[in-house]
Design a protein around this ligand. Structure first.
Ligand code: MG
Length: 339
């Protein structure tokens, strides 16, 4: 098997602002694994808060020697080898994991969801993210989101109530709220959630700082809306820590370290009676499509990452009328659009 990779910078259609930071681009590293004339595609997307960057991913990938493996049917042996090269590096590992799954599906001629034995459910809705923004561009974003039935609204500012009131003056759609750890005080957070409950909000993601489990437990006990962990859960072990505190968890391939680990996290979360959002970073259709093959296992889907970038390198999962259409493979079912 031959591994190649190159850095790629995702250009965002609009400045993307959340409570922690603001950016116009997301660095990424694209991965390709070839065997018998077939190519598996993978991607590491590297938003700044995940502590990986293009250099760290490339330096990790430099250590990977796939020549020792004859055929990609040894998928789980290869994934274990990758995992043991070095701790962490989850996005780098996700890139290889996605490419290997794509290749394995292509070799067998089946779509990824079938390869994983996941039943397919049609008609699942994805949300569309509205970042923190000025009034005029907020109006623009709501217009752009026309075909989406559910929004995901980023909060965590002094003006949160104003933002919600403005959105409510423009649309009646239901939405998720993602605070990205932006509320610092539990009383303020509870006040906001009681207000949001009246605004057709479905759930609240990461309202308080990820390390503040005590206040999060206090808040979750009193909250009429489900409180979902995102930053607070990076891997399988974290699920045990948060299981009695949060109502659910946002699982993303880049955090988990790829399809295999994300799949295991979803099963574990369900076992622990946690709800599951399948989410993504700003990503090309390569990684977003990979995640879409897991989506029938989730309670809520937030896979709009490729909609937010202007230089998508792949076609793959589509969104029609707010519903996701998972390609029929083989593998991920993505096509590379440019060289
Ligand atoms: Mg989040």
């Amino acid at each position: 098997m031959k591994l190649t990779y190159y850095p790629y910078t995702l250009e965002l259609k609009q400045r993307f602002t959340i409570s922690l930071h603001s950016r116009l681009t997301t660095p990424a590293v694209m991965v390709e694994i070839e065997q018998d004339g077939l190519t598996g595609y993978g991607e590491a997307s590297l938003p700044p808060y995940l502590y990986e960057n293009q250099q760290s991913v490339i330096s990790f990938l430099n250590k990977v020697d796939l020549k020792q493996f004859e055929r990609s049917e040894n998928l789980y042996a290869i994934l274990q080898y990758i995992d043991e090269i070095e701790e962490g590096n989850n996005a780098a590992k996700a890139a290889i994991d996605i490419a290997l799954h794509d290749l394995a599906g292509k070799i067998l001629g089946v779509p990824l969801y079938k390869f994983l034995n996941i039943p397919k459910r049609d008609g699942l809705y994805s949300s569309y993210t509205i970042g923190i923004t000025e009034e005029e561009s907020l109006k623009q974003k709501i217009k752009e989101a026309l075909e989406f039935k559910i929004l995901k609204v980023k909060l965590g500012t002094e003006d949160d109530r104003k933002i919600i009131k403005l959105i409510r003056s423009l649309t009646n759609k239901s939405f998720y709220v993602d605070v990205n750890q932006g509320w610092k005080d539990k009383y303020f957070a509870l006040d906001m959630i009681l207000f949001l409950q009246e605004q057709n909000v479905i759930l609240v993601e990461q309202p308080l700082p990820m390390l503040n489990l005590e206040d999060t437990a206090w808040l979750a006990e009193r909250s009429p809306l489900p409180i979902i962990a995102d930053e607070a859960v990076q891997n399988l072990d974290d699920l045990e820590i948060i299981k009695n505190i949060y109502s659910g968890v946002n699982i993303k391939l880049m955090k988990a370290g790829g399809i295999n680990k994300a799949y295991r996290m979803i099963l574990k979360a369900k076992q622990l009676n946690l709800k599951v959002i399948i989410g993504c970073m700003t990503e090309t259709s390569c990684a977003v499509t990979a995640a879409s093959h897991l989506s029938s296992l989730a309670d809520w889907i937030d896979l709009d990452g490729a909609e937010l970038i202007s230089n998508n390198l792949f076609s793959g999962m589509k969104i029609y009328d707010g519903k996701i259409i998972i390609p029929e493979g083989p593998g991920l079912g993505v096509k590379k659009l440019r060289i």
